[in-house]
Design a protein around this ligand. Structure first.
Ligand code: ADP
Ligand code: MG
Length: 530
């Protein structure tokens, strides 16, 4: 049996909820290898169980069974390196084979275990650890085919670029044994969406860099950058990429201590920790007990100076220790308002990778993939139509497909093009092949990394004026707007200004390859290939 003390005690308990019965159900649902016969070879409950030892042993047995239930394979893996020495007056004495096992068990199992013991005994639990390389009576039997693997830290050299390992070096690294992968079940990571994996992410020109950099920061090869700063508009896949990093690292190196948190939660937890005087714990979580920090929506820290200060120190500690940091944001670092300069500059130390609105081909592929994943039968012409209808936001794109599917299923009709056209027209949310002036302005600003207000301002700075002219040209090309209308839409300018801007860009398009490249990129983003 997998763990000794609990099994011994189970004889004294009623059948319902005994350790044995619970273990049985564990084993039915758990494919991890067990070594039978350990029960007979594990006689002792531990020296700390004295006069009231029976009660304590029962409490320990039940708490440990409960903890194991959550993840039997992982439990056995780690508790084969832990010995129970006793539980007296709320002091739990444990012995770990080495510091690494102690830290892991403390981080991932003790919160549950101690909480169970507390509710069993009514005492607050303190843990006394000792380190002993040769354990006589480990809590769990060590699965025969594998042993805990020390984490290969996600080390990144400070500075922008860390060369990819050469192929021979990579192949010289011992490949993780298949058994290890199967056996080490990483602890649950709160807030991760199981669907947001690299496998479900469609790569196109609009997100290629962010995708490649995310893969690299998950240790999948390629140059690593620290920090990786992923930015872009809403619904374009930033959170998806960050979750994908976490999934990949959990899969490949389950020992890696990943902290995934939204900036909003970071703020809330910081405030709560201050109030509860648990700052030491808060700090240690982000600075010491973390190999990979993933922070979503960092722009949420804007204006929150005290939290920024705290994050700054966590950032420094991790960066100095060469631990990978990935953050996402809806703006480029330099556009983050009310963010301390020293943080903004740190965000630019590594790689800033943006995600942009996907091109038509990518949108079609996303719709197809989503349909496949959700088992929705969608013909190619409908995929194309949906992709043409929703341009700027993948979340909306997916939402449209799901709504179509729901409606079709409700009416019991197939999803075909006539139905799709009627439904999308009825919701009035999208008009195929029609962007608005604002859409074009937004895309141009994003392309030239300007603020949305820049195009409407009186600023005559060369780069802003050029972007403004390009936006006017694109509007004239694509929309049925008159010159005066466009003048009004660009900060109340005279129509002659628009005419001259459009002519200028037309001329540059033929004479200047760089301008042509900009226009082609922008047209791709706006879906001119549609
Ligand atoms: P953001 O964090 O940038 O606001 P999300 O990561 O939440 O956006 O993405 C919104 C939705 O769009 C999610 O369901 C996500 O899976 C999906 N999505 C975004 N980009 C892609 C992509 N390239 N491939 C597949 N799905 C995507
Ligand atoms: Mg997000």
């Amino acid at each position: 049996m997998a763990f000794a003390h609990a099994v011994e005690k189970s004889d004294e308990e009623s059948d319902e909820g005994t350790v044995q019965s619970r273990m049985q159900s564990d084993e039915e649902g758990d494919a991890s290898p067990f070594v039978p016969g350990l029960l007979a070879a594990t006689p002792a409950l531990g020296p700390g169980i004295g006069v009231d030892g029976g009660a304590c042993a029962g409490a320990w047995g039940r708490a440990i069974a409960y903890t194991r239930e959550k993840s039997p394979a992982s439990f056995d893996q780690w508790f084969s390196g832990v010995q129970f020495d006793g539980l007296t007056d709320g002091v739990l004495s444990l012995r770990a084979r080495d510091e690494f096992v102690r830290q892991w068990v403390e981080d991932y199992f003790l919160p549950t275990l101690a909480e169970q013991l507390r509710s069993e005994t009514g005492l607050s639990i303190q843990v006394r650890w000792s380190i002993d390389a040769s354990l006589e009576r480990p809590v769990a039997d060590r699965p025969s085919t594998y042993a805990p693997v020390k984490p290969r830290p996600l080390s990144v050299r400070p500075g922008p670029i860390d060369a990819a390992p050469s192929a021979p070096a990579a192949s010289a690294r011992p490949a993780p044994a298949t058994n290890t992968r199967l056996s080490v079940v990483p602890p649950h990571l709160e807030g991760l969406n199981a669907k947001y994996t690299f496998g479900h992410f469609v790569v196109g020109p609009s997100n290629q860099l962010a995708h490649a950099a995310s893969m690299a920061s998950a240790g999948a090869g390629g140059r690593r950058h620290n920090p990786l700063f992923i930015c872009g508009g809403t619904g374009l896949g930033k959170t998806h990429l960050v979750h994908a990093i976490a999934h990949r690292v959990r899969e490949e190196r389950p020992e890696t201590r990943i902290v995934y948190i939204s900036a909003e939660k970071f703020v809330n937890e910081f405030v709560q920790s201050l109030a509860d005087q648990r700052m030491h714990d808060f700090r240690s979580r982000f600075r010491d007990r973390c190999d990979l920090l993933l922070v979503d929506d960092i722009h949420f820290l804007a204006g929150k100076t005290q939290t920024q200060e705290e994050f700054f120190h966590a950032f420094n500690a991790l960066h100095q220790a060469s631990k990978q940091i990935v953050v996402t944001s809806d703006k480029y670092p330099q556009q983050l308002d009310k963010m301390e300069e020293r943080l903004v500059s740190r965000f630019q130390w590594g790689l800033v990778a943006d995600v942009q609105a996907p091109e038509l081909e990518t949108r079609v592929a996303i719709v197809r993939k989503k349909a496949q994943f959700e088992h929705i039968d969608v013909p190619d012409d409908v995929c194309l139509f949906v992709a043409q209808s929703v341009r700027s936001n993948v979340r909306e794109l997916e939402g449209t497909l799901i709504r179509l599917a729901a409606k079709a299923s409700l009416l019991n009709v197939p999803i075909e093009i006539g139905f799709a056209r009627a439904e999308i027209a009825a919701t009035g949310m999208t008009r195929p092949n029609e962007a608005s002036v604002e859409d074009i302005q937004r895309v141009v600003c994003h392309h030239f990394k300007l603020r949305s207000t820049d195009l409407l301002s009186k600023d005559r700075h060369k780069s802003i004026a050029f972007a403004r002219h390009v936006a006017m040209y694109l509007c004239k090309q694509r929309l049925k707007c008159s010159f005066p209308e466009l003048g009004r839409a660009f900060g109340n300018r005279d129509h002659t200004t628009v005419i001259s801007a459009v002519r200028k860009v037309e001329a540059l398009r033929t004479s200047d390859p760089e301008v042509r490249a900009h226009l082609e990129a922008l047209e791709r983003k706006l879906g001119s290939v549609d």
